[in-house]
Design a protein around this ligand. Sequence first.
Ligand code: SF4
Length: 250
Amino acid sequence: MQAIGIIGFSNSGKTTLISRLSECLEARGLKVAIAKHTHHELDKPDTDTALLMSPRRTVIGLSNTKDGKGEAMIHWGHPCFLRDMVPLLDADILLVEGGKAIGWLPRILCLRTTPELLTALPEGCKALRPELALATYGDNTLSGLPSFTAEDLDALADLIVERAFLLPGLDCGACGEGDCAGLTRRIVAGERTPADCVASRGAVEVTLNGQVIGLNPFTAQMLSGGIRGMLGALKGMAPGGEVVIKLKDR
Ligand code: SF4
């Protein structure tokens, strides 16, 4: 799965951009997932289902309509980290609204003109970490970054399909860049690639619903050694070869 953050100050047009980009990407046959960060409570309509939601309570909603359609949702009444929820997603591309602190995916900076923003540029933009950005969107530009507007959304979608990526977010430092944001910065600059993430290609590969789960190198070595040790006594087990174990639904 690929991922891109849409980052900007309040009222900079992030939600509108994500909505339009989703349509653009879906028109190309891609499955889109969206994650939205907010400092407020999530919008909950005045419904029976919302009545069941409360802090520390998990609510599952399952809808199967007579026309064969349906939808499902899980509401956790406590904060979660996006990194832990990514394996649940069934999508080709994840669009993340907000989350300035997230350094394990690249970003598009939403720079719609507001008087406050204009006076804040470029100093204010430091908070948006332009070193992790592939491009800007809106009326303002930043030197060194390609800029897009509503007129060239298709070109922005092309850039995202070509360059969006997702690192595991373990901040293990095994790639030599200190943390995931360090490698993201180098990938965005064209100096390294996502394949340089050591945690994504260790001695053990674990996938959940097809999504690779990053393991820090120490954990991967421990798992690899333990599994090989257990399997070593089995007839036909030769040392050194690739071992594939699949845990299927029960
Ligand atoms: S090796 Fe991968 S998971 Fe570890 S810091 Fe580098 S990018 Fe992040």
